[in-house]
Design a protein around this ligand. Structure first.
Ligand code: NAD
Length: 306
């Protein structure tokens, strides 16, 4: 494919544009375009069917619907709406480390004790925590991030159990995760962390029924996608004490404005971050370079030695 110009429509590390320019690809960075501006921006010259399908395949969030584009004319213009769209591996370590940080924060009430101290209180008793050593961490989704979390939390002395429909018990043994069906997991877990995509099978995976099947005080962590943990059910479980705490980086609505999400975020037992899983300098560079490499690969060139 002959790619001459790339429109970067969301902030991306300069490593992305630098690499593209090395391959003589012109880069236009135009952030925060409205839908209309974006359509105007990519409506130019000769229609290239292959680019149209590239957009459709790679970009599930494409603002411009393919049907609207059918009769439009295109230059050799590739639209990159969001740096995460096709680089799932680049931010795995960052997402994993945030997960581990949330687990340790929940165990020792770090964020809440910190807020209390800054507010002028000296509350030592109410922020007494527990050790992670000897506790059981259930990992739902044993892909890139799930298994990295397992390896790290094992070094804290946690027992790791987990489930994934495409991972065998034999494979999970290699990273010391005891594989078991979901029904068997709930009653065993002290902590549950989800690392699945948001699909029909995982929407509301952690719901009221599941939370009630868990040990009283179970902690829930979601650094995957909003919607995997049902927020209304989580809130009810937090209020009843069935859930002893939650570490949440992703929400059903982002940024959140709905009452239930806001109540979850405000709850004393919740440590919440605004979708920071991939927000590290290292992940941004890795992801930026991976995006460029994929675009350059479409031109038939290799970036192996750059
Ligand atoms: P991955 O594709 O490597 O692993 C996901 C795993 O989930 C797969 O092994 C898959 O088989 C498994 N899975 C699918 N359906 C399941 C089900 N019903 N039950 C249990 N497991 C199931 O993905 P990854 O790179 O490890 O990412 C995991 C999640 O983290 C994704 O949702 C991703 O979008 C998200 N993520 C979030 C951030 C952030 O900023 N918070 C950053 C990176 C990734």
């Amino acid at each position: 494919m002959d790619i001459k110009r790339v429109l970067v429509a969301d902030a991306v590390d300069p490593a992305c544009t630098e690499l593209l320019k090395k391959y003589s690809i012109q880069v236009d960075c135009k952030y925060k375009l409205s839908k209309e501006q974006l359509i105007a921006e990519i409506k130019v010259k000769t229609f290239k069917k292959n680019i149209h399908s590239f957009c459709r395949k790679q970009n599930r969030n494409l603002i411009v619907k393919p049907t609207k584009l059918r009769n439009e004319q295109f230059d050799t213009y590739v639209y990159i709406p969001h740096i995460n769209f096709s680089t799932p591996g680049g931010n795995s370590i960052s997402a994993c480390e945030l997960t581990c940080a949330l687990i340790t924060d929940l165990a020792r009430n770090i964020s809440t004790a910190n807020a209390s101290l800054k507010a002028g209180r000296w509350d030592r008793k109410i922020y007494a925590g527990h050790e992670l050593y000897g506790k059981t961490l259930a990992i739902i989704g044993l892909g890139r991030i799930g298994r990295e979390v397992a390896i790290r939390m094992q070094s804290w002395g946690m027992t790791t159990i987990g489930y994934d429909p495409i991972v065998t018990a034999e494979e999970s043994k290699k990273f010391n995760v005891e594989f078991m069906p979901l029904e068997a997991i709930w009653a065993r877990a002290d902590y549950i962390t989800v690392h699945t995509p948001l699909i029909d099978a995982t929407r509301n995976l952690i719901n009221g029924k599941v939370l009630n099947a868990c040990k009283k005080g179970v902690r829930i962590i979601n650094v995957a996608r909003g919607g995997i943990v049902n927020e209304a059910d989580l809130l009810a479980a937090l209020k009843s004490g069935q859930c002893g705490g939650a570490g949440i980086d992703v929400f059903e609505q982002e940024p959140p404005t709905n009452a239930i999400t806001l109540e979850v975020i405000a709850h004393d037992k919740v440590v919440a971050t605004p979708h920071l899983g991939a927000s590290t300098a290292e992940a941004q560079i890795r992801v930026a370079v991976e995006v460029s490499e994929q675009i350059i690969a479409l031109t038939g060139k290799s970036t192996e030695y750059t």
